[in-house]
Design a protein around this ligand. Sequence first.
Ligand code: NAD
Length: 281
Amino acid sequence: MRELADKTAFVTGGASGIGFALGRAFAEAGMKVMLADIETDALAGAVANLREFGPNVRGVTCDVADPISVERAAKASYEAFGNVHVVCNNAGVAAAGGIDNISLDNWRWVLDVNLMGVLHGIQTFLPHIRAHAEGGHIVNTASMAGMNSGLGFSPYSASKFAVVNMSEGLAMRLKPIGIGVTVLCPGFVRTRISESGRNRPERYGPTQTPDPESPAAALTAQIAELVRSGLDPMDVAAQVLAAIREGDLYVFTHPGPSWRAELEERFGAILAAMDKAAARE
Ligand SMILES: NC(=O)c1ccc[n+]([C@@H]2O[C@H](COP(=O)([O-])OP(=O)(O)OC[C@H]3O[C@@H](n4cnc5c(N)ncnc54)[C@H](O)[C@@H]3O)[C@@H](O)[C@H]2O)c1
């Protein structure tokens, strides 16, 4: 979608971090922006901040894990701004723990937000974008954790692998009808993702923190530090806007050699297994 000015963007997780930066970049590009977020106070602050960058910014409280809440937020957006063209399914949470020591509550919370939340956004907005036929683009926020399994946050990685896969499939289906799809795969970005527990609904039980002496706690602290010293979210947003304009499927914000080496190792192992299978034939 080359022309963004005067179009409308809907951004989940828009009260903080990458979502907020996307909102700001869209507002600066002359778009109307609806920020949707579960954290109502932070959302109000974000909307007030963004009005500095564009006149047409609104906020709507929304829990992406709940399809009815997403439908309601979409309706609020149509009422405020008319047709929606760019949908960023960006809200996400992380919970610490590897596959052997993470609770089912944590699994459900992370999958409900990171995976089902993306699906709810697609199911809600895709029929609308198809119907108005003014062009559209769907941006799904995954992560480098959706490209390699080394992070050690099992539900997080599983959700992000699924988002990558879903986005690839969606891109193939929507290309012939001129709707773009981008899957955003950042490395570490300076946001509040390490404080995800602040938005954990009570239905998933209390926030669980790993035993301070455990390897999971050490890993959590290490990742929090990498996030603190991560990329500026505005750099990520600029890359997403470029991808929307160019129609790019993948956005990799961290092209450095160590990230690439991890991908090469994974793909190399997969291809080696294919070779082994071929040799058996
Ligand atoms: N920060 C990083 O290093 C990094 C790296 C890769 C991917 N990501 C992804 O980027 C996306 C944005 O996260 P961020 O890093 O900006 O973190 P953040 O915590 O700063 O922002 C996430 C936003 O999502 C909102 N949110 C949480 N649960 C929600 C729900 N159920 N419904 C609606 N909104 C909800 C939060 O209130 C918050 O405003 C996430 O999908 C995350 O997984 C982040």
